[in-house]
Design a protein around this ligand. Structure first.
Ligand SMILES: Nc1ncnc2c1ncn2[C@@H]1O[C@H](COP(=O)(O)OP(=O)(O)OP(=O)(O)O)[C@@H](O)[C@H]1O
Length: 326
């Protein structure tokens, strides 16, 4: 089997803050395959940044090991840094008066990218993140999203095989966020592996094939995205609105359908149903329950990862297991 892009084994990190010990990571083990995008989720303080910094060689682990394509992050710094691009959140470090291309050239040279063929590499990176048209404009005229895409180009200019991306779409409007996701997807398509930390589940939904969840520094789950999506216990929400008397929600209840809520206000009602699985039986029950009421409209919305994460976070807070680590 080929070497995993990221291999983390029983990784731990403890901080000592005055006389208190803070365990930021405890016994964390997982792998990311070559060309895979894995989403890293967890509430504030769960240990995501600590993990990312250890992988980026910016922080030492207290216990355990982490390897990038077989290279140890504490011993093989040069190889790990050559193979790993890091884009930490926030808009910092760009030279506002310089153009995007000049910023990129500067960081490329800092990263040790040779002068030979540099122009073509800059062009390719700018093209990949959709900044060719703005390459010679001062960065101070860039939107937040353009700056964030420039950060990604900087993270990629030394052609790393692994990219650590922390909150890439934070603060971006939906159009810019979508452009940024497209840039990350394009990188994945060239075989780059990505560990993507995001509080925006849309990023995870669009890009990742697997999800890792940290809770209080431990690995609480390591699941394919589809399995993560099933953790809410339902696959879609059906909302039915009508007038007059509401339907009998209980009549629709079945192993496949659960009643989320029934609200009645001034002669109108809204029934929300959570559908675990669509079957002929569930359609039949719905039809029967709605046959004798006046329906205005019906909408079906697939479950959003945001809703799933709320369920998962609540279960983790209760100490329950969520799809075990692999
Ligand atoms: N330099 C430090 N000194 C002391 N404690 C720290 C230090 N860095 C992190 N911690 C603690 O380690 C724990 C994990 O922090 P970390 O920043 O990794 O979490 P996170 O999941 O990235 O959170 P967020 O989503 O808020 O960025 C927290 O309790 C934090 O307070």
């Amino acid at each position: 089997m080929s070497e995993p892009a990221i291999a983390v084994e029983q990784l731990g990190r403890t901080f000592t803050d005055r006389r208190h010990e803070i365990v930021a990571l405890r016994d964390v083990s997982f792998q990311v395959g070559a060309g895979e995008i894995v989403g890293l989720l967890g509430s504030n303080g769960a240990g995501k940044t600590t993990l990312t910094k250890i992988l980026a060689t910016l922080l030492l682990p207290t216990t355990g090991t982490a390897r990038i394509f077989g290279h140890d992050v504490t011993r093989d710094l040069r190889e790990v840094r050559r193979m790993t691009g890091v884009v930490l959140g926030g808009d910092r470090g760009l030279y506002a008066k310089l153009g995007g291309r000049d910023n990129l050239r500067f960081f490329a040279m800092l990263a040790g990218v040779g002068r030979r063929g540099l122009g073509a590499k800059l062009d390719a990176a700018l093209e990949q993140v959709g900044l060719v048209g703005a390459a010679d404009r001062a960065v101070e005229t860039y939107s937040k999203g353009m700056r964030q895409r420039l950060h990604i180009a900087i993270g990629m200019i030394a052609e790393p095989r692994v990219l650590l991306l922390d909150e890439p779409t934070v603060g971006l409007d939906p159009v810019e966020a979508e452009r940024l996701r497209a840039a990350v997807a394009a990188l994945r398509d060239t075989g780059v592996s990505v560990l993507l930390t995001s509080h925006y589940l849309l990023d995870i939904e669009r890009l990742a094939s697997r999800v890792i969840i940290l809770a209080d520094g431990t690995l609480a789950a390591d699941l394919p995205v589809e399995e993560f999506a099933r953790q809410a216990g339902y696959t879609a929400t059906v909302t039915v609105r009508g007038t007059g008397s509401p339907p009998d929600g209980g009549a629709v209840s079945s192993p496949d359908i659960a009643v989320g809520s029934v609200e009645v206000t001034e002669g109108a009602w809204t029934l929300q149903l959570h559908v675990r699985d669509w079957s002929v039986g569930s359609f039949g029950l719905l039809e029967q329950a709605l046959a004798h009421v006046s329906v205005l409209d019906v909408s079906i919305e697939p479950v959003r990862l945001e809703d799933v994460y709320s369920h998962v976070a609540a279960r983790l807070a209760n100490g329950s297991q969520v799809g075990g680590p692999r």
